[in-house]
Design a protein around this ligand. Structure first.
Ligand SMILES: Nc1ncnc2c1ncn2[C@@H]1O[C@H](COP(=O)(O)OP(=O)(O)O)[C@@H](O)[C@H]1O
Ligand SMILES: N[C@@H](CCC(=O)OP(=O)(O)O)C(=O)O
Length: 369
């Protein structure tokens, strides 16, 4: 079999792994493992991001002592993660393969050092032909600093390990022009990074066990494709989906987010996924916004700064917004906010954020024409 890629990240949603009654769909896990084993034997490295812990835990203990939603989720995640990983481990073992568990939290991505530690761990596993199975550590990840969902986590992992593609498996064939249940809804087969978003068409509704819904898949997929990694959103409940997607001779119906030709550097990628960890904020004027979003490599100069919304020090990650308050991007400050006015007077202004440390968000809040 001629495969499209040699290194992929695969994200499997709760809805693919859980049956209607919430119990784990063991047959589906077995089939997924079969396919990953087949791909590995054909020289494809796979990093798996698997949801399903909460769903599995709910099946282990349906009736719990009265507790708040957070405690209940912790209980189910702790119970379910063991169940989930032991199923994977047994099935991989039957294929003569070894898998390993990597649990993480959003906070682990807050410093470059932690980020590189995690990258090193996953790389080492891959070098040893071990299949990493990543999930959010739901037992301690209970604050507002959680990942929106595992779609966000999978985008981060795909980018971190330099995957050629991210494959998001859900319970639907891909992204539709309207809610898939509504009349006339059509599957969108290709989405370009600069395409206007069918945001209004994607309802924020989630399927029974999902957390983020299609809207986060869409947002994350565009971001990852913007970093030069192609994203496939496909139906994980369909037989042989992974193998068929990877098979060059087949043309399976699904949604493909076409990757940007110029991939971002490692530092830029890390900055791009660091929202939630910014320490300062600046508002830029319209001229600066246009310059930054043009095709050229432009650094943010002090002259473009309209207002310092919240102060920062040299090296802090700062958020950039437009005059209208729209999010433009993020970057690492070359100097503290107190120097901006002094720099503005200089003939040779030093950039507040150098282009190499600047991440710009593609516009995603427009409606499909
Ligand atoms: N325009 C759309 N295209 C595709 N799916 C959509 C759209 N709008 C809403 N959805 C819903 O998003 C769901 C998938 O997201 P989610 O529940 O988070 O699944 P997962 O558990 O796989 O992450 C689908 O079952 C579908 O009902
Ligand atoms: N970490 C959670 C998954 C939460 C989540 O993001 O679910 P989904 O939207 O189905 O990918 C679990 O293992 O149950």
């Amino acid at each position: 079999m001629q495969t499209r890629y040699k290194k992929i990240t695969v994200k499997v949603g709760s809805n693919v792994l859980a049956k209607a009654d919430g119990t784990l769909n063991v047959a589906r896990i077995a089939h997924l493992v079969d396919q990953i084993a087949h791909l590995q034997k054909n020289g494809v490295e796979v990093v798996l991001v698997s949801s399903g812990a909460v769903a599995a835990g709910r099946a282990v203990m349906k009736e719990t002592k009265k507790s708040d939603a957070v405690s209940q989720r912790q209980l189910w995640a702790a119970l379910g993660q063991v169940k989930l990983i032991s199923r994977y481990s047994d099935f991989f073992h039957e294929e003569g393969l070894t898998c390993a568990q990597v649990l993480t939290t959003k906070e682990n991505f807050s410093s470059r050092r932690h980020y590189l530690n995690m990258k090193n761990c996953i790389t080492t596993l891959l070098e040893n032909k071990v299949i990493p199975i990543v999930n959010e550590n739901d037992t301690i990840s209970v604050t507002e600093l959680m990942f929106t969902d595992n779609d966000e986590l999978s985008g981060l992992i795909a980018s971190m390990v330099d995957s050629e593609a991210l494959i998001i498996l859900s319970n639907i064939d891909g992204v539709y022009t309207a809610h898939p249940d509504s009349e006339g809804a059509e599957l969108i087969e290709r989405i370009q990074v600069n395409d206007k978003a069918p945001q209004d068409a994607i309802s924020s509704e989630r399927s029974d066990f999902g957390r983020g819904g299609m809207l986060t898949k869409f947002r994350i997929a565009k971001k990852v494709a913007g970093d030069g990694i192609g994203v496939h959103v496909a139906n994980g409940t369909r037989a042989n989906i992974l193998v068929d997607l990877l098979d060059k001779s087949k043309n399976l119906k699904h949604t493909f987010f076409v990757p940007n030709e110029k991939p971002s550097s490692g530092v830029k990628k890390w900055i791009g996924y660091s929202d939630g960890f910014t320490k300062g904020q600046v508002q830029i004027n319209e001229g600066a916004r246009k310059a930054l979003l043009s095709d050229k490599a432009v650094s943010l100069l002090p002259v473009g700064i309209e207002k310092v919304e919240s102060e920062f020090k040299k090296g802090d990650l700062i958020k950039i917004t437009s005059i209208n308050g729209e999010f433009v991007g993020m970057g690492k400050a070359s100097y503290g906010s107190e120097k901006i006015e002094i720099e503005k007077q200089s003939d040779k202004q030093k950039p507040v954020i150098h282009y190499d440390y600047l991440y710009l968000e593609y516009k995603t809040n427009e409606t499909l024409i």
